[in-house]
Design a protein around this ligand. Structure first.
Ligand SMILES: Nc1nc2c(c(=O)[nH]1)N[C@H]1C(S)=C(S)[C@@H](COP(=O)(O)O)O[C@H]1N2
Ligand SMILES: [Mo]
Length: 370
């Protein structure tokens, strides 16, 4: 990591919390126009079609030539390795259905609003990722005694809060050596698209999005804790700017419902006719399996249990459904709330943190019954 450069930091936006009545800024709008969420009606699909999966890119999308691409494995290892695409494809392959969610999901709804990518609730998607398991690759390189963290470097480069950097994130050695962590080269059965990390990315099932390093070019084993920006400064849960806080790791439970009926173009308010409606959605947690989903039609005052669909892959979302007898005309606020086997659930009032990380507030969808 390069240190703070005075010239660069002059033009690099600092971390900021919006004033109480401040609308979305041009900077936030520009980010929202580059990055995008998953349209919630696509919750109907178990596997999110490529192009509708959410996208988050800190800097620019690097356009890499798969033929020239190399992945270096080095640092605190016995035998540094260099792989090309043919070697990667020739190794043992695994496919897993995994739900990814950005750690900043829900940020724009937090008050006061931390200024960054202004997600509502849609920074999520589920894909079938194919690649080679990372653990045997690390074993082949031979992790030496005293290893602490494994750093994953992407080919993208930029500046963030005055710090120029390649996008880099580290995992503790034990997490990197989990058997289900993949160096993935395919998404939904096709080569990775540019925006999702072509030609190869990391997939760390259960962890928030920032850990799944795209455009992966280097894996470096360290014998000390990684102090790079994305681990030490960004992706922390803290109240104050100077505070170290806690690292963001696994995904907290969340349920989303597929908004019923049809929308108003601008407000996205929904309309349904009086009568019985099938309500469905998906729920996930990176900590433990989903045990319960509840639904409310009065903004969270009263709750009813939804039925759970078949158990999915451990780190994929699980379908749920519920029947709504919409008898009373007028506006209703529909909510869904997930609870996992570790007892984690979703708050109605989200606790605030300075970067709006790991929010999992209950979704609210206004539906007008006619
Ligand atoms: N190299 C690189 N990897 C990255 C990022 C990035 O900006 N650069 N963004 C991270 C973040 S914050 C998220 S939420 C996920 C988003 O993955 P997706 O765009 O494939 O949905 O990628 C992660 N991996
Ligand atoms: Mo993210």
């Amino acid at each position: 990591m390069t240190g703070v450069d005075e010239t660069l930091s002059t033009f690099s936006a600092p971390a900021r919390v919006a004033a109480p009545d401040e609308g979305i800024s041009d900077d936030e709008l520009r980010l929202a126009a580059r990055n995008h969420g998953m349209p919630l009606e696509v919750l109907a699909e178990e596997v999110t079609p490529v192009g509708l999966h959410y996208v988050l890119v800190h800097y620019d999308i690097p356009i890499l030539d798969p033929g020239a691409w190399r992945l270096e494995v080095g640092g605190h290892v016995e035998r540094p390795l260099v792989l090309d695409m043919a070697t990667l494809l020739g190794r043992p392959q695994a496919t897993a259905t995994v739900t990814l969610e950005c750690a900043g999901n829900g940020r724009a709804l937090l008050r006061p609003r931390p200024v960054s990518q202004p997600w509502l609730d849609e920074a999520v998607g589920t894909a079938r990722w194919t690649g080679t398991p990372l653990a045997p690759l690390l074993a082949e390189a031979g992790i030496r005694d005293g290893a602490v963290d494994v750093v994953f470097t992407g080919a993208d480069h930029g500046i963030e809060r005055g710090v120029e950097q390649d996008y880099q994130r580290a995992l503790p050695v034990a997490e990197a050596c989990r058997p289900d962590v993949l160096v993935a080269h395919a998404m939904n059965g096709r080569p990775l698209p540019l925006q999702h990390g072509a030609p190869a990315r990391l997939v760390v099932p259960g962890w928030y999005g920032m850990a799944h390093v795209k455009w992966l070019t280097r894996i470096t084993v360290l014998d000390e804790p990684f102090t790079g920006f994305q681990n030490a400064v960004a992706y922390r849960i803290a109240q104050d700017a100077g505070e170290a806080g806690e690292p963001v790791t696994r995904i907290l439970p969340r349920a989303l419902l597929r908004p019923p009926g049809f929308p108003d173009f601008q407000s996205r308010t929904r309309f349904v006719d009086r009568g019985v409606h099938a309500i469905e959605g998906r729920a996930w947690s990176g900590h433990a399996e989903i045990l319960r989903v509840e639904v409310s039609t009065d903004g969270g005052s009263t709750w009813d249990d939804a039925a759970l669909g078949p158990a999915a892959d451990r780190y994929a979302w699980r379908r749920w459904h519920w029947t709504w007898d919409a008898a009373t005309p007028g506006p209703h606020v529909l909510c869904a709330r997930a609870t996992d086997a570790a007892g984690n659930t979703q708050p109605l009032d989200q606790r605030w943190n300075r970067q709006a990380m790991a929010n999992n507030h209950v979704q609210r969808v206004t539906v007008v019954v006619r």
